[in-house]
Design a binder for this molecule. Structure first.
Ligand SMILES: Cc1ncc(COP(=O)(O)O)c(C=O)c1O
Length: 363
């Protein structure tokens, strides 16, 4: 799992039988660090060499495939870092997955929630259809465009993408989709519960089908959701520049390095050297009634040593009313200022508040 990771995915992998077996690999400015990822995979391969006598404990059957590894990433508008992975890295990751017989699970829930930031050479705002950054190929597209790998004779592929209507139609719309090779999709559809009852959320899926076919969902995204997020993002970023940048806090301006597009729900604040995110988050809650996500929350369960995340804080522009966004940044700036000015006064506070209380209130 990439670190920082979408924290709630850890529990999902734990529940699915991966508890105690999760490993973290870091991001760099372009997306994920492929060298460290490869080194981590090699470590695992060395721990468990592919002995011929090692039998899988269940039969994959005709329509499924067992992979040696699973790689979890949020390639576009990542939660929490806001980063978008470059095409070069996307290709590199697919090649790596093919080399080590891994399945890349791409949590692509923010793909359709992007907006152009910048103006073009004439000073006009870019239209979304003028921005190739908003239509970067998904990893499963890249994989499917490559020749079939000899390790995968039935064509299951090495990358799948999951999307969610909860981010587009509303959080209660518990329906999503998976995109991958025909063989993978068919295999997934063979789950006994789907065969028994159809889609897991058939009623919402039927409502959504109407909304998509009539174009109503697309209109809603274009007229309401994206402009709303764009406005909120601008408000938050302007407030950060005004109140936090003077204190040495830095942010990523665009999803891609030197890009012109932002998206998703989150901004990742890098604190000045020496300031603990855990401490700042605790003081924010206690003294300012302000909830922010301290970087440590986004560690991969069981592998917290690989990446240090205590220097970063995640904030969201998608949740609270617009006027509270600016007020929240003001309060956060007041906290960072106080903690920087008198660190010893706050030293003992860092261990008194549990992370769990904070995680609950915003995904
Ligand atoms: C990266 C990522 N994946 C998945 C989810 C959960 O999506 P849903 O609410 O549709 O289950 C979230 C929600 O915040 C997310 O940020």
């Amino acid at each position: 799992m990439v670190a920082p990771t979408y924290h709630l995915a850890c529990g999902i992998f734990d529940d699915a039988g991966f508890a105690g077996r999760l490993r973290a690999f870091p991001e760099d400015e372009e997306g994920i660090d492929l060298e460290v990822l490869e080194a981590k995979i090699r470590e695992l391969e060395d721990e468990k060499p592919n002995k011929p006598q090692a039998q899988p404990f269940k039969d994959a059957g005709e329509h499924r495939k067992f992979y040696r590894h699973v790689i979890y990433v949020v390639p576009t508008c990542s939660n929490p870092s806001g980063k978008t992975m470059s095409v070069r890295r996307r290709e590199g990751l697919v090649r790596l997955a093919r080399k080590y017989d891994a399945l890349v699970i791409c949590d692509d829930v923010y793909d359709l929630l992007q907006w152009p930031l910048a103006k073009n050479a004439n000073g006009a705002s870019l239209r979304s259809d003028e921005s190739p950054e908003m239509t970067l190929p998904r990893l499963c597209d890249i994989d499917l465009a490559m020749d079939r790998d000899p390790k995968d004779p039935k064509g299951f592929g090495f990358a799948v993408s999951n999307g969610s209507f909860s981010k587009m139609a509303g959080p209660g719309m518990r329906t999503g989709w998976l995109e991958g090779s025909p063989a993978f999709a068919f295999g997934l559809a063979q789950t006994a519960s789907s065969k028994s009852g159809g889609a897991p959320s058939q009623f919402s899926a039927a409502v959504l089908s109407d909304l998509v076919h009539s174009g109503a969902l697309q209109d809603y995204l274009a007229s309401t959701v994206r402009p709303g997020l764009q406005r909120r993002h601008r408000l938050l970023v302007d407030a950060i520049h005004e109140h936090l940048s003077p204190q040495g806090v830095t942010i990523r301006e665009a999803g891609l390095v030197d890009g012109h597009v932002y998206g998703g729900y989150f901004v990742w604040l890098k604190l000045p050297q020496g300031l603990s995110a855990k401490l700042v988050a605790d003081v924010s809650l206690i003294e300012e009634n302000l909830i922010v996500g301290n970087g440590n929350m986004f560690q991969v369960h069981g592998d917290e040593k690989t990446v240090n995340l205590d220097g970063a804080i995640r904030v969201t522009f998608a949740y609270v009313p617009e006027d509270e966004l600016v007020e929240g940044v003001r309060r956060l700036a007041a906290v960072t200022q106080r903690v920087k000015a008198d660190p010893t006064r706050y030293e003992n506070l860092a261990t008194t508040v549990s992370d769990a209380a904070m995680i609950d209130s915003s995904k």
